[in-house]
Design a protein around this ligand. Structure first.
Ligand SMILES: Cc1cc2nc3c(=O)[nH]c(=O)nc-3n(C[C@H](O)[C@H](O)[C@H](O)COP(=O)(O)OP(=O)(O)OC[C@H]3O[C@@H](n4cnc5c(N)ncnc54)[C@H](O)[C@@H]3O)c2cc1C
Length: 330
């Protein structure tokens, strides 16, 4: 790297949103550094079937590797680091403090994502991404005709179960020992649509190479299943936004239509924002943020005459020769 000047843009998070932003920024000739500690949720997605352009699906890991290669191809650079702290100097330069190094940037994009908390049950971690999922829009389709269990105890759980009926006639709810917190209307729907509910704690998830076979309840009862979903407890990686005083709502980092947070020069994209947590949406938000950052750097370069200095050097170095007879604006 060896960067003595601040980077034009530092992207914190090299998942789907961050890589997409880096491609746009690098192609806009902005010096761009992606800092990532390689824990993208996309690594959990073994087979992504809803991303445009891959009719037979693609592994999330593969999509990340392709994105990294693409961003690198256009000149984005990468650092393996975990950012602990973000500060802003009076000069408006951001100080990005990592575990290994301190970096400086004129603009920062937070593409730090979220973490889905799976229920804490033996056997379940091995099923993640294989037969245990978090998102019906991502993985409902692949579970067509299977026996589907939904973990949860609130309105969202009931609505998840009802929506899953389009994929399978066998849908069950597991409260896993929690009191139900759904409304009277949701309770009525459970009866009307005859959805079985198991209030007991689940003590074990039996699986074969990650494919769930049955759940064991506290009473010893076994319930056969082929797929599990959970209405998720999400942890938002919003610490850095809070450090600079950016506004959040329900833990989500708020952004305007240009993906800028309430702190000038600090942008956010992907699952850490209120966007629906889907790869194609994260990629779109990253692209939008990359474009907005580039625009803001361009406007600044006109105000500060940095573009003029760049142009003077270009002319000095004879990198351009106007065609004979071309008029020069005064
Ligand atoms: C099991 C599973 C299956 C899924 N299947 C699908 C699917 O089929 N289709 C679909 O559209 N979506 C799917 N998703 C969701 C998808 O993975 C996310 O929408 C997508 O990864 C979000 O992109 P992102 O860039 O916002 O966050 P991420 O891709 O999670 O990237 C965030 C990155 O930021 C890094 N980071 C965080 N904090 C720091 C820090 N302080 N310093 C440095 N680095 C940091 C992380 O390590 C990570 O690499 C699935 C998710 C799961 C869990």
């Amino acid at each position: 790297m060896g960067q003595s000047q601040p980077w034009d843009a530092i992207v914190i998070g090299g998942g789907i949103a961050g890589l997409s932003a880096a491609i746009y920024l690098a192609r806009a000739k902005r010096q761009t550094l992606v800092i990532d500690n390689r824990k993208s949720l996309a690594n959990w997605a073994t087979d992504v079937e809803n991303y445009l352009g891959f009719p037979h699906g693609i592994a999330g890991e593969d999509l990340l590797a392709r994105g990294r290669k693409q961003a690198g191809h256009y000149g984005a650079e990468f650092a393996d680091d975990y950012i602990e702290e973000l500060r802003r100097a009076p000069s408006n330069i951001f100080h990005v403090i990592g575990q290994h190094e301190v970096y400086e940037a004129r603009r920062v994009l937070l593409a730090t994502g979220i973490y889905h908390l799976p229920p804490d049950i033996p056997g379940l971690p091995e099923c993640l991404g294989h037969s245990m999922f978090f998102c019906k829009d991502c993985d409902g389709f692949r579970c067509e005709g299977r026996r589907i269990g939904i973990f949860g105890w609130n309105n969202e759980t009931v609505e998840y179960a009802l929506a899953m009926l389009l994929y399978s006639p066998c849908v069950f709810i597991f409260q896993n020992g929690h009191e139900s917190r759904w409304s009277a209307q949701h309770e009525e729907w459970l009866h009307e649509y005859e959805i079985p509910v198991y209030p007991e704690r689940v003590v074990d998830v039996h699986h074969k190479h990650g494919d769930v076979q049955w759940l064991e309840l506290e009473s010893g009862v076994h319930v056969e299943l082929n797929a599990l979903f959970t209405t998720r407890g999400d942890i938002y990686h919003n610490k850095l936004a809070h450090q600079l005083g950016a506004n959040t709502h329900d833990s989500e980092v708020l952004v305007n239509e240009c993906m800028e947070t309430t702190v000038r020069g600090l942008y956010a994209a992907g699952c850490v924002t209120p966007a629906n947590c889907q790869m194609i949406i994260a990629a779109g938000e990253g692209a939008k943020a990359g474009q907005a950052i580039n625009r803001s750097l361009f406007e600044e370069s006109l105000q500060t005459h940095a573009l003029h200095r760049f142009r003077s050097k270009q002319i000095e170095n004879c990198e351009t020769e106007p065609p004979v007879g071309a008029a020069t604006a005064r």
